[in-house]
Design a protein around this ligand. Structure first.
Ligand code: UD1
Length: 330
């Protein structure tokens, strides 16, 4: 199995889940938002060799070199840029990276007769639909290039699969992955200031940052703060293994979430209770582009993949904190 973005946060956990399910894994990653250390840690945790290629997956020659050297029976494509704000400032960069890499990989699949493809999409494609989000809903373009690239890649894959019946595609729409591997060895270690909530919270807990800014408390939710469907990253990773196992011809779309909505304040309280640390916070203005509520209808993944998220919010908080405490910035 080739995992693009396999050194990153979701990718490294996915490599572990795949190996635990009996797959061998090759990783391609340009390390733009990750570190090669995570590969060493996956090797340590699984006692398996993991061939690693530091390449851009949009580099056709470099990709073909991988296919020439390894027997690749499927691709899990997670490499991509994901900072919403940056995508608004640098749309050309986002469209080039996220679209070209996907197209190059699909072309390679067709050329090398690789029949299984799993794509990392996002709940962002639902925009402001009514919660819970169901796979059959019309997609509402979010007002940023990052979200557009997810919708566009979904369409590209769907069109290509339509005329290549042997090519099977699973599109996974992630909700909000948080937490870390239970060992505390791998987890989310963003470069620079975190954009996402949990890494920000753990850094406040550590004293690396003074306080958490909560983006708005005037949403129509139980306590006014935004509602999200937080999912343990290992559950999400196991969702990829289930998607590969159950992949049949055609294009299949699955939500990977828990189906539970949690507000920002509830998450902060759960984190404080789970880890006995205090997270100082201030309420600030809403962040542009945020929506009030986002959570999944998870019945399709349960029905067709036999997969559900198993770990609760307290484990997510504990595991995120364990990793933060172990993590030494390079
Ligand atoms: C964000 C992206 C989403 C992307 C995902 C993965 C936006 C609008 N959405 O999801 O498209 O797929 O990351 O990178 O950026 N919050 C705070 N303070 C913080 C950080 C977050 O209050 O410092 C709040 C947010 O307003 C939101 C919740 O926490 O209500 C979760 O935020 P975040 O972790 O950034 O995820 P999303 O915004 O859901």
């Amino acid at each position: 199995m080739l995992v693009t973005g396999g050194a990153g946060y979701i990718g490294s956990h996915t490599c572990i889940a795949l190996i635990e399910n009996g797959h061998s894994v090759v990783v391609a990653d340009n390390l733009s938002n990750s570190n090669k250390d995570s590969i060493e840690k996956i090797k340590h945790l699984t006692s398996k060799e993991i061939p690693f290629y530091k390449i851009d997956v949009s580099d056709q020659q470099a990709l073909e070199n991988i296919f020439a050297n390894h027997h690749i029976d499927g691709i899990i494509h997670l490499a991509g840029m994901k900072a919403v704000g940056e995508s608004v400032e640098k749309p050309a960069l986002y469209y080039t990276n996220n679209l070209v890499s996907t197209i190059m990989l699909v072309n390679a699949c067709l050329k090398f007769n690789i029949k299984r493809f799993v794509f990392s999409s996002s709940a962002t494609v639902y925009g402001e639909n009514k919660v819970p989000f169901v796979e059959t809903m019309d997609l509402l373009p979010p007002a940023n290039p990052y979200g557009e690239t997810k919708i566009m890649c979904e369409r590209i894959l769907t069109d290509i699969a339509k005329v290549n019946p042997a090519f099977s595609v699973s599109i996974l729409r992630y909700f909000n992955p948080i937490g870390a591997h239970e060992s505390g060895l791998i987890g989310e270690a963003p470069n620079g200031t975190p954009n996402n909530l949990m890494p920000y919270v753990t850094q406040v807990g550590r004293g690396k940052r003074q306080y958490l800014s909560i983006f708005g408390n005037d949403y129509l939710t139980v306590d006014g703060t935004g509602v999200r469907d937080y999912i343990h990253v290992m559950d999400l990773a196991e969702g990829h293994a289930a998607a590969i196992e159950h992949l049949t011809k055609g294009v299949h779309v699955y939500n990977l979430g828990t189906g539970q909505g949690t507000t920002v304040l509830q998450l902060v309280k759960a984190f404080e209770a789970a880890n006995r640390v205090t997270i100082p916070y201030k309420i600030v203005d809403r962040r542009q582009g945020d929506i009030a509520s986002c959570y999944a209808d998870t019945s399709k993944a349960q029905r067709e993949l036999g997969w559900t998220a198993k770990r609760d919010l307290l484990s997510m908080c504990r595991d995120a904190w364990r990793f933060e405490q172990n993590f030494q910035e390079a």
